[in-house]
Design a protein around this ligand. Structure first.
Ligand code: AMP
Ligand code: MG
Length: 236
């Protein structure tokens, strides 16, 4: 599956990067303790050698605590009540995502990592969802690349300039698709990551979960790919 071409970006640390951008239930002004439930689970797969998007995964997810989407959430994400009513529960969708990653031999034959736009995807949405779904946080998703941080450090811009649209525009690109559709967001984040790899940035893991919170990974930390994906155990 992986290209053996000697050209392209042969200095990348990982064979593949999985871009994930969850969409979640929300209200217009979410209170700080609002329980976001994941309603869209997309993955976009980047081959770091060919610098192309080579595959994608997308499933909607049925929310359980707040099964009715707010009007605001439908407008924001484009995800309708029917789409989530017909969707599987989070644990069923996570199982499918794990199988999809396993079929690609990620973490076994190939080195890979996750990449997100900010620290909320893993640090908030996935963490909260795993608690609600009574499963442990997946070991394979414990570390990731926060592209906002990588972008800010590499191009030497302030964090105020690392919003998705802003990063695209500064690289001379426009958002392609529908903002806040998880799959389209993931594709656009992937375009930024590819541009950065082309510009010579060696995207490194820079965040991890620690005691249930996202935390920075020091630059001196050894470079390791994500663990082979496995369905997490039930919480005790
Ligand atoms: P995003 O990746 O920017 O599409 O956002 C991910 C999730 O964050 C959305 O599915 C919402 O649950 C929440 N969110 C994003 N923007 C807003 C907003 N302006 N107001 C409330 N929730 C939001
Ligand atoms: Mg999004």
């Amino acid at each position: 599956m992986h290209s053996t071409a000697a050209d392209g970006n042969s200095h990348a640390y990982f064979d593949y990067i999985c871009v994930v951008d969850f969409e979640a239930t929300c209200e217009e002004n979410n209170p700080p303790d609002y329980l976001h439930e994941i309603i869209e689970f997309p993955i976009v797969l980047i081959d770091t050698r060919t610098l192309e998007i080579v595959d994608s995964f997308q499933e909607y997810v049925k929310p359980v605590v707040n099964p009715e989407l707010s009007e605001f959430c439908v407008k924001l994400t484009g995800i309708t009540q029917k789409m989530v009513d017909e969707a599987k529960t989070f644990n069923q969708v996570l199982k499918r995502a794990v199988s999809w990653l396993q079929e690609k031999e990620l973490g076994t034959k190939y080195k890979y990592t996750f990449l997100t736009d900010g620290s909320w995807d893993m640090g908030k949405f996935l963490h909260t969802q795993c608690k609600l779904s009574q499963i442990r946080f997946p070991q394979f998703a414990r570390k990731w690349i926060n592209i906002r941080k990588s972008y800010g450090n590499f191009y030497k811009v302030a964090r105020t300039q690392t919003k998705l649209i802003c990063m695209l525009e500064n690289l001379g690109m426009q958002y392609d698709g529908r903002p806040h559709c998880g799959l389209d967001d993931s594709r656009n984040i992937a375009r930024i990551a590819i541009h950065m790899l082309q510009d010579g940035c060696q995207l490194r893991v820079n965040e991890c979960m620690h005691s249930g919170e996202p935390r920075s990974v020091p630059i001196s930390a050894p470079i390791e790919g994500a663990l082979a994906p496995q369905m997490p155990k039930k919480r005790d």
